[in-house]
Design a protein around this ligand. Structure first.
Ligand SMILES: CC(C)(COP(=O)(O)OP(=O)(O)OC[C@H]1O[C@@H](n2cnc3c(N)ncnc32)[C@H](O)[C@@H]1OP(=O)(O)O)[C@@H](O)C(=O)NCCC(=O)NCCS
Length: 433
């Protein structure tokens, strides 16, 4: 399916900025295998990954070729066909509080070659991406960041965290209730047909989650190179409830390093019910002959701690500001979610790039619905665009930002805002993109 954003021309303002520096900003025709392979090579080099083989490039083209794929080219470079900067973007579905989703402009593959850094190329790309997002009608932009110091200047802020959870498996016994249903091993190829529907329902529960694209499942399940050793080590299991309905799944691998040492590394554990969540964790923890279970990009608020006999056997590390969000259209973004208390707040937002700048009434009713419009009334809360992004999904309380000196307001109004913006579940994102 051709999306309008795939064919929208490269942003004219960024094209002009880059042309002034002798650079050409262009959309990559992802139907052209060579052009895509050069783009991918630059992208992978930017993240210090091995150069892609022709097979890998072709498989990546099949998985992510639907995205708007952009490169910056330097005609004076020794290899002018290889871009000196890359970015890709698409319209993703972002879960917001209230088990709803909204369109969000997902930005990925932001790289600038070390030969061309610190001369404003990333700035031209990011500003161009935000203008493109507005042109296609996306009310917010999202990304995951390699470094926490890059994106605040463009109005992005951490909006849904993630952490690594490690369990000292030999210390934990199961303390939760027994599951009513059953866990079934599935081959990666068999579960491939099932994961999308289960994941769609499971992701709707958690603000900050982003829909998975088909190629991500292929890669995660090892189906893009099924004969490699890594792929053959991937295991998958599905949980069916007592009525036989699939309610969750886990994808994992067991890494063995010494005769007695093994680690279950959980890639995805997605559950659409609490019961499925418990049953899948129990299944994972009951892998004997391993001493650790490690799961990356988990919630900072996992119920797991309350399901084992020794909660100190569970440690977290690599706490991360994982999902970054940039509000572009205040009324559409803020009215996409539901709220936890009825109220009428006036927010004055300072946005140097202009998109969200102004004063906004956020009126919420008892059912959680919001009505948002511009106003010239005096504001109860004054905040910057980054702070707005940080509170949008409910991951950071407005009062925390007030304590940090990053949001102004009468303490009573800020306390009301805390209640209003609270989310029913702790925001979290479980993938990199
Ligand atoms: C991050 C990266 C894309 C920046 O590219 P760049 O063209 O050198 O960036 P620019 O020259 O446009 O810099 C834009 C601004 O960001 C700042 N900046 C750029 N990279 C930064 C970094 N790694 N850390 C902190 N600040 C950074 C610049 O100082 C500049 O600030 P200013 O405009 O407020 O003065 C580039 O260093 C890169 O490719 N890094 C490796 C891959 C990566 O981490 N990509 C990000 C993926 S999420």
């Amino acid at each position: 399916m051709s999306e309008p954003y795939q064919t929208l021309p490269a942003d004219t303002a960024s094209t002009a900025v880059l042309a002034d520096r002798g650079l050409r900003y262009a959309l990559v025709d992802t139907a052209d295998a060579d052009a895509f392979a050069h783009w991918l090579g630059a992208d992978e080099r930017g993240f210090h990954a091995p150069a892609p083989t022709p097979d890998r490039a072709e498989s990546a083209r099949e998985r992510v070729g639907y995205r708007r794929t952009t490169g910056v080219y330097d005609g004076a470079a020794a290899e002018p066909e290889v871009p000196v900067a890359t970015v890709s973007s698409w319209v993703a579905q972002l879960t917001v509080p209230g088990e709803r989703t909204m369109d969000a402009w997902a930005i990925s593959s932001v790289t600038v070659a070390p030969t061309h850094r610190r001369r404003g190329i990333a700035r031209a790309l990011l500003e161009g991406e935000l203008r493109t997002a507005v042109a296609v009608g996306a009310p917010a932009a999202i990304l995951t960041a390699s470094e926490a110091t890059i994106y605040g200047r463009f109005g992005f802020a951490p909006a849904a965290p993630a952490t690594t959870v490690s369990v000292d498996r030999r210390r934990v016994g199961w303390a939760g209730p027994p599951p009513a249903g059953s866990v079934h091993f599935r081959s990666p190829a068999a579960i491939r047909d099932e994961v999308e529907a289960i994941a769609r329902r499971a992701l709707l529960r958690t603000p900050g989650e982003v829909d998975r694209w088909p190629g991500l499942w292929d890669r995660m399940l090892g189906l893009t190179d099924p004969t490699s050793e890594g792929s053959r080590g991937i295991r998958a299991a599905r949980y069916d409830d007592a009525e036989g309905h699939p309610r969750g799944f886990v994808v994992y691998a067991v890494k063995r390093s010494e005769p007695d040492h093994g680690t279950v590394v959980v890639d995805q554990l997605l559950a659409e019910t609490d019961e499925a969540y418990r049953a899948l964790w129990r299944f994972v923890l009951e892998h004997d002959f391993v001493d650790e279970v490690r799961a990356h990009l988990r919630s900072i608020d996992e119920p797991l701690r309350w399901m084992v006999s020794d909660p100190r056997a569970i440690t977290t590390s690599e706490y991360g500001d994982h999902l970054w969000l940039r509000v572009l259209d205040v009324p559409t973004t803020l009215s996409a979610r539901t709220y936890s208390a009825p109220s009428r707040l006036v927010l004055a937002v300072d946005d140097q790039l202009g998109y969200a700048h102004g004063s906004w009434v956020l009126e919420t009713d008892a059912s959680g619905r919001a009505f948002v419009h511009a106003t010239d009334e005096p504001a109860g809360i004054r905040l910057g665009i980054e702070e707005l992004g940080a509170i949008t999904l409910g991951a950071t309380r407005p009062s925390v930002l007030a304590s940090a000196g990053r949001l102004d307001g009468d303490p009573d109004v800020v306390a009301t805002a805390d209640r209003v913006f609270a989310a029913e579940r702790t925001p979290h994102l479980g993938i990199w993109f």
